[in-house]
Every structure is written in structure tokens, then in C-alpha cells.
Ligand binder design. Structure first.
Ligand code: SF4
Length: 341
């Protein structure tokens, strides 16, 4: 429940709505799941909460921690035995959690391990929020705080729009986890009709997984492009209202000889000319059975330099967790291969 829903529930059941704030603080700040321990609530309300609600929790099933950079990747098992991944990525003062929004994904991007496995179901709002709670608990043991959240794990967030927006409302609630929308990024392949709505409703940062600069190439590697071609996506990015000094992040997975050619650079320059963007280049992270190769480092740097020379801000996303199964969906795949039941 969002805080507002909880307040309404209390009001309808004869309790003062402000008690909702206390309940939120117990669950999301004190990380307490047992209503009997909500000691500043009257006994009658503690009983009501215990009888009427389930405060669910998830426990990591399997954890991998990178010795190289401290990246922590874990699997969470949902009540129906579906398995999802979350990753905590440390970077100087920041600790970013990458959350999943669906079990599997139906977007079928060809460079993505999760996409190969297909879609199983949408995650419920609580299953998204609980990924954050698990990370907060994990970091708390090390006296660290979670600073940022990216919706870049398994699934396309806008393909599970209502549940993702509700989860964001819960995560950003000041009485609860209190993570500012400015510290949350939602990454989409470009479900055009929902992009503006998402930004208006939540105020989060927007990342768009572009990965090609012409429709033929993009449709080849991202089937969603047949429905929402580049022109419609970029038109929306021109229209979407983002706060001053903020920019839309354009993600571009570099695939050798597929989208890293000279003409791709020229097309990208034309496409992105009038849009406030920051470009993240992501050298492809190969996985078993992948049909693409990673360009060599020199080609990646050259791609970056040519875009910078044309006035763009361009970053190369350093691969984290190189010694663990870091590609999205890869850890889940490995564990299921080993323990199929
Ligand atoms: S890249 Fe994202 S949207 Fe595309 S298949 Fe993978 S999880 Fe889905």
C-alpha cells in the first residue's frame, strides 16, 4: 500500500490516519516486520495490522560478491518460486541498486541474456519495493546507506507500468525509505506512449536504451523498434519535460560491426543534436550463446572521442563485477542450470 492508501484504510476502520506514518516508519525505517513490536501503536491497532495485513519479506537465495570492486549480486525467490536478480553497485560515495521489474522480459533484445529467456510475469509493487528493503538491510549491516536506484535489472519497467509507478511512490515516501525521485532512474527501451506519463507522475530520471541510430539496425537487435520506431521515440524525448540541468541518458550497447560503424556515429550526431542528452556507451558484455562480439577497447574509445568532438557528453560505462556473472540474467541462468528445481 502507498502511504495514502494506508491512511485511507485506517480512516475507514476507525483509526486515526496519522498512525499510517508510524507504521511506515516501523516497516521501512526500523525495518521491523512484526506488528507486535510496533510499540508506539495502541495494542488494538497492532492486532488489526497483524490480522489484516501480510508484511512480506524476501531473503536472498544466493549471493555473489565481486572481489574486484565489491559489486554484490543476489537472487531473490518469490512466493511462486520465480527467481529475480538485484545488484548493488558501489562507486565511490554512491551505492546504487539495480532492481528488476518483471520476472523475465518480453522485449526480446538480442544482446540481452534476460531477453533470451522470455517473459514469465510482472512483479507486484511489493516485490519491487522489497528488493530495495533487502538492499537497505544488507548495507545497514556494513553501516552503509543505499543512495541510488536504477530500474535496469530484469524486465522492461514500462511494460509493468502501474506496478512500477506504485513501487516508486512507496520507495520515495519520506516517512518510509525516503529515496528521492532525483536519485531514481528508470531505463526503457522506448515504450513511447508511457514515457511522458512516467516523468509527470514520478519525477524520476529517464534513461533510454537506444543502441542503434537507424531503424533497420535497431529493429534487428530490438524488436520493440518495429512498434515504436526511432522517429517517434526521439520526438517524445524532445517533448518530455525534464528539470533544468538534467539530461536524458542515452544508453548505447556497442556491438562489434553492428552499431559501432562510422555511419552510426554520423547518424547518432544527427538524431541527438537537439535533445539534452548524456550518452553512456556500454561495451557488450558477452554471455554464453551470444551472437555478438564486444568491440576492442580502441574502437570503443574512438567511438567516444568522435561523439565528444561533436559536443556530446559521452561516458563509457565501466563493467562492474567482472569476476561474477554480471550480465543481467546471467546469475539466475547459471543457478537454474545447476539447480533446475
Ligand atoms: S535489455 Fe531490458 S528490455 Fe531488452 S530484453 Fe533485456 S531486460 Fe528486456
Amino acid at each position: 500500500m502507498t502511504l495514502r492508501e494506508l491512511r485511507n484504510f485506517l480512516k475507514e476502520n476507525g483509526f486515526p490516519p496519522f498512525r499510517a506514518n508510524q507504521i511506515y516508519r516501523w516497516i521501512y525505517q526500523k525495518l521491523e516486520n512484526d506488528p507486535e513490536k510496533f510499540t508506539d501503536l495502541p495494542l488494538s491497532l497492532r492486532k488489526e495490522v497483524k490480522n489484516r495485513f501480510i508484511i512480506p519479506s524476501l531473503k536472498p537465495l544466493y549471493i555473489q560478491r565481486s572481489k574486484l570492486d565489491g559489486t554484490v549480486k543476489y537472487l531473490l525467490q518469490l512466493p511462486d518460486r520465480e527467481i529475480i536478480e538485484s545488484v548493488i553497485i558501489p562507486d565511490r560515495e554512491r551505492r546504487t541498486l539495480c532492481v528488476s521489474s518483471q520476472a523475465g522480459c518480453r522485449m526480446g533484445c538480442k544482446f540481452c541474456y534476460t531477453g533470451k529467456g522470455g517473459w514469465r510475469r510482472n512483479l507486484e509493487p511489493w516485490e519491487i519495493v522489497e528488493q530495495v528493503v533487502v538492499a537497505v538491510k544488507f548495507l545497514k549491516r556494513e553501516n552503509l546507506r543505499l543512495t541510488n536506484i536504477v530500474f535496469m535489472g530484469m524486465g522492461e519497467p514500462l511494460d509493468n507500468y502501474e506496478n512500477v509507478v506504485k513501487a516508486i511512490k512507496i520507495i520515495t515516501e519520506e516517512e518510509g525509505l525516503s529515496i528521492s525521485p532525483r536519485r531514481i532512474s528508470v531505463s526503457t527501451v522506448g515504450i513511447v506512449p508511457l514515457i511522458k506519463k512516467l516523468i509527470e507522475e514520478t519525477g524520476v530520471n529517464l534513461s533510454v536504451s537506444l543502441n542503434a541510430a537507424d531503424n533497420d539496425t535497431r529493429s534487428l537487435i530490438m524488436p520493440v523498434n518495429k512498434k515504436y520506431p526511432i522517429e517517434s521515440l526521439l520526438q517524445t524525448l524532445k517533448e518530455v519535460e525534464i528539470p533544468r540541468r538534467k539530461r536524458i541518458v542515452i544508453e548505447y550497447v556497442l556491438l562489434k560491426n553492428v552499431n559501432d560503424r562510422e555511419k552510426d556515429i554520423e547518424n547518432l550526431k544527427k538524431l541527438l543534436r537537439d535533445i539534452p542528452v548524456k550518452i553512456n556507451l556500454i561495451p557488450f558484455n558477452p554471455f554464453p550463446g551470444a551472437e555478438f562480439e564486444r568491440p576492442d577497447d580502441r574502437a570503443v574509445l574512438e567511438f567516444q572521442r568522435k561523439l565528444i568532438d561533436s559536443g556530446f557528453s559521452v561516458f563509457i560505462r565501466v563493467s562492474k563485477g567482472g569476476d561474477i556473472l554480471a550480465a543481467c540474467g546471467q546469475l539466475r541462468g547459471a543457478v537454474l542450470n545447476e539447480f533446475p528445481d
